[in-house]
Design a protein. Structure first.
Length: 214
């Protein structure tokens, strides 16, 4: 039976704390070495972890400490170390090969229904002020995906359907580019790696925190 502490006396318990460090050869990794690691995604475009993840580092070399939730993961690609800025599913910006088809199908279906596409909060299309590239972001079951889209897609989306001729040109342009018919957004949605990315995020979130030297 445990002994109750005497009133007025502070009890002290001894605990064993394990601190995990990352060593390169016989030397502990330093902040300088960590900054020099090549930045490469730890999660592939298909939502799966690449290489061998070693742990996370609570150090923000790119002034991202004020950013929303994210991880800095150290992982191994072949015989080389990499670092990766990993976002949670709702801000993943995952560029899977099928995202452009999913976005095109969403725009086409909305245009045919006469839906006010710009009011759909889960699908956004914008042009970069610097590169002039047109990009889209879209949510699918809680994961944020991203892709580049065409001028035609932007025109149809931006005009809440554009002209009938423009809308009907979308599947034809897609078939010319990909050599297959445009599928429905529902068909494509189930092929996106939603659960794979969520599982990868959960696994990386449970990695041990690594302590690195100065």
């Amino acid at each position: 039976m445990p002994v109750e502490p005497t009133p007025g006396i502070t009890s002290i318990e001894t605990a064993t704390v394990q601190i995990q460090t990352l060593n390169i050869g016989s030397k502990q990794m330093t902040l300088s070495i960590f900054r020099q690691l090549i930045e490469e995604p730890a999660i592939s475009a298909v939502g799966r972890i690449q290489g061998k993840p070693w742990g996370t580092v609570n150090y923000h070399p790119d002034r991202c400490d004020d950013a929303k939730e994210h991880l800095h993961v150290v992982w191994q690609s072949g015989d080389q170390l990499r670092r990766s800025f990993v976002r949670p599913p709702e801000r993943a910006y995952l560029r899977h090969p099928l995202v452009s088809e999913f976005v095109t199908a969403r725009i086409y279906e909305g245009a045919r229904r006469g839906t006010a596409l710009a009011a759909h909060g889960d699908l956004k299309i914008y042009r970069s002020a610097d590169t002039r590239e047109i990009s889209a972001t879209v949510y699918a079951h809680g994961v944020l995906f991203a892709c580049h889209v065409s001028e035609l897609a932007l025109a149809v989306f931006g005009r809440n359907g554009g002209s009938t001729d423009q809308a009907e040109q979308l599947p034809a342009d897609f078939q010319d580019a990909y050599k297959r018919p445009l599928r429905s957004s529902a068909e494509v949605a189930v092929l996106l790696p939603v659960e794979a990315y969520k599982a990868a995020w959960r696994e990386l979130s449970t990695l041990p925190q690594l302590f690195i030297g100065r």
